[in-house]
Ligand binder design. Structure first.
Ligand code: PA5
Ligand code: NI
Length: 183
């Protein structure tokens, strides 16, 4: 039995996926261990544990051949001087690649390999980033509005958060006055 084709609407002006049926929400408290300044994160959590990022999807079967797509919406802000970011992950099937199209905001896709190679690819509206096989990836919002990206990856790719939690990324992105520093 074949799956029925379907369409979906993205409000491009607002960068909103209409009629999504899967919604992931991560608050500041789900980011423990990821920021350089653990005390600043703890303070943020105490001050009301604000929304950090959301993922909106039209869910498809998590199986070979399917393509999962959706919108990632990362709030602006800093923890200490470090810009808000996603947890980041390798795919469970590490050779599964991913494509991101930035719809709104400004940021970087931070990517690393298990060998410790690290790249930061700039994102703004209209820019596409290709995350090749084997690269862990994390979005970082360096602007003052939400960073919203449309993504597509193989349906069976899965998310491996454990390895990147242990390794961390070799680089961090900081707000120094009006400047963005990638260190
Ligand atoms: O598929 C992706 O890589 C994205 O949809 C991310 O899952 C999303 O940006 C949330 O980030 P993370 O899964 O690292 O928490
Ligand atoms: Ni991914």
């Amino acid at each position: 039995l074949l799956m029925e084709p379907f369409g979906a609407d993205i409000d491009l002006a607002e960068a909103v996926l209409k009629d999504y049926n899967a919604h992931l929400v991560r608050k500041a408290s789900s980011m423990k261990g990821h920021y350089a300044d653990a005390d600043a994160l703890e303070k943020l959590i105490q001050q009301g544990d604000p929304l950090h990022y959301e993922v909106f999807e039209k869910a498809v079967p998590q199986e070979t051949g399917h393509l999962q797509f959706g919108l990632s919406k990362l709030q602006p802000g800093t923890v200490g001087e470090e810009f808000f970011m996603t947890k980041g992950h390798y795919h469970e099937i590490p050779e599964a690649a991913e494509v991101y199209l930035c719809l709104r905001g400004k940021g970087y896709m931070l990517m690393k390999t298990t060998e410790g190679e690290c790249r930061a690819e700039y994102m703004e509206r209209g820019r596409v980033v290709y995350v090749p096989p084997y690269w862990a990836h994390r979005s970082v919002n360096v602007g003052d509005e939400p960073l919203i990206t449309f993504y597509v990856y193989p349906g069976d790719a899965g998310h491996n958060y454990g390895d990147i939690e242990e390794e961390g990324f070799p680089k961090r992105i900081y707000k120094r006055g009006d400047k963005v520093e990638i260190l």
